[in-house]
Ligand binder design. Structure first.
Ligand SMILES: [Zn+2]
Length: 179
């Protein structure tokens, strides 16, 4: 694990930029929660947002890209504003959170805040339709979970099994898995 000093952390101004570009909302399109508020006594701010790295700040981190320079790694282009829950999620070792997916989230969030400010469209917008990549990733995870259950069962069933995404023909046979 890299020492903190080896990490290409965002500057305070970069964090602030990302927060303002997202309109102080989580950029995950299925979350969109507000990430800052006045404290109950009105004296300060409660913040539950975080600037996350799209590609990791240090080797060994998720989506680390060794081809980037240190400056590129800590630039606003490599950041996305998320609530703390989703910042934690994308920092975990889950292959679901790809560079492509996080860039899509950021672009959607920035477009939504832009439309809200420029065209006075309500924010947050209605939840977006999942992209093809998101659907594929969900299907793969569901199929993997089904198979894991059967592996743990110790004995394969005598008949064919149907994972989450398979089709059944009218006679009950499995036609195939569609991804
Ligand atoms: Zn969130």
């Amino acid at each position: 694990m890299a020492k903190n000093s080896d990490r290409d952390e965002f500057s305070a101004s970069t964090k602030r930029l990302l927060e303002r570009q997202s309109g102080h909302h989580c950029s995950n399109p299925s979350c969109r929660r507000i990430t800052s508020a006045a404290s109950s006594d009105g004296r300060t701010v409660i913040s539950i947002g975080e600037a996350s790295h799209i590609t990791a700040a240090a080797p060994g981190g998720p989506r680390y890209d060794p081809t980037l320079t240190n400056e590129e790694r800590k630039s606003p282009e490599n950041g996305i504003w998320l609530c703390k829950d989703h910042a934690k999620a994308v920092d975990s070792k889950d292959p679901y959170f790809t560079v492509k997916l996080l860039k899509e989230w950021k672009q959607q969030a920035n477009e939504a805040t832009w439309r809200s400010v420029v065209e006075n469209v309500p924010f947050p917008p209605a939840p977006s339709t999942p992209t093809d990549d998101e659907l594929r990733a969900r299907l793969m995870r569901a199929a993997a979970a089904d198979l894991a259950v059967f592996r743990r069962a110790g004995k394969w069933p005598a008949s064919s099994i149907c994972v989450s995404a398979c089709k059944i023909d009218p006679l009950g046979g499995v036609i195939g898995v569609q991804f």
